[in-house]
Design a protein around this ligand. Structure first.
Ligand code: GTQ
Length: 356
């Protein structure tokens, strides 16, 4: 959009003004009208590029890390996604980080906690687990798992399992931008598991049933794991009942079962089913999202660029980027997992959406 209009900064340079800018720069100050149109764009202009990372390209290198570093020395053995538009923020898109963590059977990483919120989406392997504040959670394919901020956590793979890879998602760039990031190593390096395995699923995982009595009231969901089978069944049932929209297909949010709200204060997540042959209508909205194809194959058009994806590929849609998703199969459905910053966008009153 044109900046040469009434109400926008449009001061022409003169030798006198340049001298003025130089003088105030010496005082660590500047003239707003020299930067106003940049720092107040007409509409959001993400510096994050739309990107896709092919799993088949990354996987061999993720597995190579098994021989190159130990969890003891590396802390966490992770290959993270770099968005070329984002300098040294470690952002995959917006203020979100994502990476692929890999572990061998019998390995575990030391327990730690941080101000950032984290999630896992399990990609391959058998026997992975995580322990969150003493709650041991078993991790299966396409399960979605929470590590709310401030909770002690450690991940590992049982000795009888196989090499496991999962996607990590964190709000590291956001919490660093807010300059509020603390990190602590657990004093004992390991936690004691204080509850039955998968107890949060037993307590909070039943559909539409809550335990009676005192309920936790933290900022994050007390349910730590959202398993694939009931998630996929819910999507299929919703779609079969005619649910969904042209712009999103059958899109369902993971919720905090106590509130119906987002699973964590800074990161939301959702699962989306595209019917065979479905191509969603293009739209754009504020908020950034990291996707992983959980089932099927297709393509997304993001700001005019086409990205082909298949199972396990990861791609990102920057804030306000026009996007549509297409299922390439005429017979099978396609399912996309996503996590996003919508809890932050919504809490700050910044959500906006339009069809394009
Ligand atoms: O497991 O908590 O990929 O703290 C990056 C930072 C994973 C984790 C990452 C982390 C973690």
């Amino acid at each position: 959009m044109q900046d040469n209009v009434e109400g926008r900064a449009r001061v022409e340079d003169t030798p006198e003004l340049q001298a003025y800018y130089a003088d105030i720069a010496k005082l660590d100050a500047g003239a707003l009208w020299t930067v106003a149109n940049v720092i107040e764009p007409w509409e959001p202009k993400s510096t994050s590029l739309p990107m896709l990372w092919r799993y088949q390209d990354l996987r061999p290198h993720v597995l190579r890390a098994l021989d190159l570093v130990t969890p003891e020395r590396a802390g966490r053995r992770v290959v993270y996604m770099v968005n070329p538009g984002r300098g040294d923020t470690a952002a995959a898109v917006g203020w979100l980080y994502t990476g692929l963590q890999v572990m061998n059977p019998g390995e575990s990483a030391s327990a730690h906690r941080h101000s950032t919120s984290a999630l896992r989406f399990i990609m391959e392997g058998e026997g992975a687990y995580t322990i969150v504040d003493g709650h041991k959670v078993t991790l299966g394919r396409n399960d979605f798992v929470l590590t709310p901020n401030g909770t002690w956590h450690e991940h590992g793979v049982e000795a009888g399992g196989t090499a496991c890879i999962w996607q990590d998602g964190l709000d590291i760039p956001l919490v660093n931008a807010l300059e509020a990031n603390f990190f602590q190593v657990h004093p004992g390096l390991r936690q004691n598991t204080a509850f039955p395995v998968d107890d949060t699923s037993a307590t909070y995982g039943a559909p539409a049933l809550h335990p009676v009595g005192d309920l936790p009231h933290g900022k994050a969901s007390p349910l730590l794991k959202y398993e694939w089978a009931p998630t996929y069944a819910a999507l299929c049932a919703y779609a079969a009942a005619g649910g969904g929209t042209p712009a999103d297909g059958a899109l369902m949010r993971y919720v905090n079962p106590l509130t119906g709200g987002h699973v964590m204060p800074t990161i939301g997540a959702a699962m989306q089913r595209l019917a065979p042959g479905q191509h969603t209508s293009a739209h754009r909205h504020t908020g950034s999202a990291v996707y992983q194809c959980a089932k099927g194959a297709g393509f997304s058009i993001i700001d005019g660029k086409c990205f082909d994806w298949q199972e396990r590929d990861i791609f990102v849609v920057p804030s306000w980027a026009t996007h549509s998703h297409a299922n390439a199969s005429a017979t099978d459905d396609a399912v996309l997992f996503q996590f996003n910053d919508l809890p932050v966008i919504e809490a700050l009153g910044l959500y906006r959406e339009e069809g394009v």
